[in-house]
Design a binder for this molecule. Structure first.
Ligand code: ZN
Ligand code: ZN
Length: 144
């Protein structure tokens, strides 16, 4: 017997596609919401950190540091209807721009941005030597 398809959580509407609702999508152990139309992804507060778990530090916190006044997004938060999101950078050195809701802490990622973030996190995982470590190794090899 087919399950009825009413979602457990209240439906979230895509902030970009009028009248479209987001579907649930599992990424690892985390359930996120994806738009069937534009493939954008909505992450509740904490979900980016969950998905990028192997990375050190709080990725969502990093993104908040770069909020600037002139970067108000044209899109409204799908969770807190009517609240405008702001544009933020995923870690300062990347060129990945996300929409962030200051009210609920949710993040909107355009198509491909989550993959770009996961790729960025993978890179960090596979380069265990931080700059500090490299500098220490360098200093330890100096002849004095
Ligand atoms: Zn959409
Ligand atoms: Zn919100």
């Amino acid at each position: 017997m087919p399950e009825n398809n009413s979602p457990k959580t209240p439906s979230l509407a895509c902030p970009k596609c009028q009248g479209r609702f987001l579907n649930e999508r599992k990424i690892g152990a985390t359930t996120v919401h994806e738009c069937p139309c534009c493939s954008g992804i909505w992450l509740d507060k904490g979900e980016l950190n969950e998905i990028a778990h192997p990375a050190e530090g709080d990725l969502e916190y990093c993104s908040r540091e770069n909020i600037e006044e002139d970067r108000i997004s044209e899109f409204l938060c799908p969770a807190c209807k009517g609240s405008k999101m702001v544009k933020v950078n995923f870690v300062s050195y990347s060129d990945i721009i996300m929409d962030y809701c200051e009210k609920c802490g949710g993040l909107w990622l355009d198509r491909g941005e989550l993959d770009a973030i996961i790729a960025e996190v993978e890179k960090l995982k596979h380069v265990p030597e931080s700059w500090d470590h490299k500098i220490m190794v360098f200093l330890s090899k100096l002849p004095f």
